[in-house]
Design a protein around this ligand. Sequence first.
Ligand code: FES
Ligand code: FE2
Length: 428
Amino acid sequence: MLSKEQNDLVTQTGPDTPGGKLFRQYWQPIALVADIEDDQPIALKVMDEELVLFRDQEGKLGLLGLHCPHRGGDLSYGRIEDGGLRCVYHGWVFGVNGKCLEQPAEPPGHTFCDRIKQKSYPLKVLGGMIFTYMGTGEPPALPEWECLIAPESHRFISRSRERCNWLQGFEGDIDPYHLSFLHLALNRAKTGVGTSAIGPFHEFFTKGVPRMEVERTDFGVRIYAMRDLGDQSYLRLSNYVLPNIAAVAGGAIDGDGYMMLWHVPIDDVSHVKYQLAFKRSQPVDIEKEKADAVMHWKLGSNTLPERNATNRWMQDRKSMKEEWFAGLGSSFALHDNWATETMGPIYDRSQEHLGHGDKGIVGARRALLQAIEDQAAGGEIPFHLGERQAMKDKINEIVVTSLLAPDKDKYREVFQDLLAASNRKAAE
Ligand code: FES
Ligand SMILES: [Fe+2]
């Protein structure tokens, strides 16, 4: 449970909020490279700021304030020409760095242009995604997460727009026990679970006694979720990477790769979820992944998934008897969409009642509140890479798994073995 004030701190990410100031100290994904292949500027909103993303004639990417500093024309309707983006209202031109390059209505020799600077943010491309840094000061290094540097054939990105606060979406990612209900297939033969979605350990989600442990790390929080199955244990290792990334097991990739999910606020009542799944040892079946990604959202569009709030997610009572526990179809992303949107636009966490199974969520919120406080006090914030090599090396400590551990009490040894393997691989 959080107080009203704490709930505001962890849910608000506008430019003048403490949470927004923390989020802006980290690179955030705002688009996919594929989004701008047709050279169409795109209007988008990130953390309550209206922006336009475009590619100039030389192929350079720019992210500027959406409204022209002349008299507010919408630059996403602009023309790509003459070294930048030209506003179609009175023809001012802006380069990718926000510099004003032309003001056709001004007399020759004028210097007005030199005094105009449109808001702009730096961009970096990695792993098929476009990241921006909207914070103050020199940007830190963009972390080279394993999923971002995996070969293109070994990763799959999907994206959805969620009509609720970012934290609701994120807290679902690091909540391992909802797998036993929300995503439960009643009939594996009929639903095909085991070959897709959450992988080969689905049958353990309903067995044994749940147990959870949480530890603080340099990057955020590590979460051990277990089910004691007698003399062995089903173990899931998930991670909260501050401020808004979950690294969790998922897809038919257990023990090989994993998923990283970024929940990037559009504003306080909606966000974009970027989900990047990768395999280490082999290519991902991209066609199959595409077919499963029913939530895939085109940047800037207003379209809803077929199942949505207006049709009560087409919940099917017949399916609830024979196929799926929740009767919401087979897409896990859509199940999560139902769970998080129906909580309301910004869930009031002073009303909740948390138990043992919510320990990961409690740990993550503590880490986030602490980071917001540290940022506001001008202190050091977690995993802000800067030029610090020691921190960059911590990327290896993001260890994700879903496996059967031979001894139910040996889960920390299992983690240590996986960490050693991760460090060895990084040193190769
Ligand atoms: S509003 Fe953009 S040039 Fe006038
Ligand atoms: Fe889920």
